[in-house]
Design a protein around this ligand. Structure first.
Ligand code: ZN
Ligand code: ZN
Length: 153
């Protein structure tokens, strides 16, 4: 599964399916995308291969107050993935809309639905949370194991 920015200067490949996919409705993601939510495919940094170009890493404030680092194309500045302080640099939150097939990884959970835009109607078969969730109870065991390996725990 490949993806890239709008101008084509940066291309990447996901070497496997993500561990989990969050659809975040927080106000911060709304502002950063200029849209109603962001879709983050959470995957090990080691499974994201840069095929072309290099990313520019921009330190950006985050809801937690601890900041996030957004990797962007240095030419067109489209955001490709984020790294958050909690998950650390070894876990990428890849913006699923930058995949060549953005439909490939639908959300496994909706988060921060307290600030969901009122016209967005969530499908009932996907779990939704007013803020965040307990990863250990929601993520599949296989994904938790992958995450632990990636973080060196
Ligand atoms: Zn670009
Ligand atoms: Zn968010």
């Amino acid at each position: 599964m490949e993806g890239g920015c709008t101008c084509g200067a940066v291309r990447y490949r996901l070497e496997s399916a993500p561990m989990f996919v969050n659809c975040c409705h927080c106000r911060w993601c709304q502002r950063e995308t200029g849209s109603a939510f962001v879709i983050n495919a959470i995957i090990e940094a080691s499974r994201v291969t840069l095929l072309k170009g290099a990313v520019e890493v921009i330190d950006t404030p985050s809801l937690s107050g601890k900041g996030q680092r957004i990797s962007r194309c240095p030419a067109c500045h489209v955001a490709l993935w984020s790294n958050y302080s909690g998950a650390g640099p070894k876990i990428h939150f890849v913006r699923a809309g930058t995949l060549d097939d953005p439909d490939a990884f639908p959300p496994n959970a909706f988060v921060f639905t307290d600030s969901k835009q009122p016209w967005v109607v969530l499908p009932p078969h996907i779990p939704a949370f007013p803020d965040y969730y307990d990863m250990k109870t929601l993520w599949p065991a296989e994904s938790l194991a992958r995450r632990a390996v990636a973080k060196g725990e």
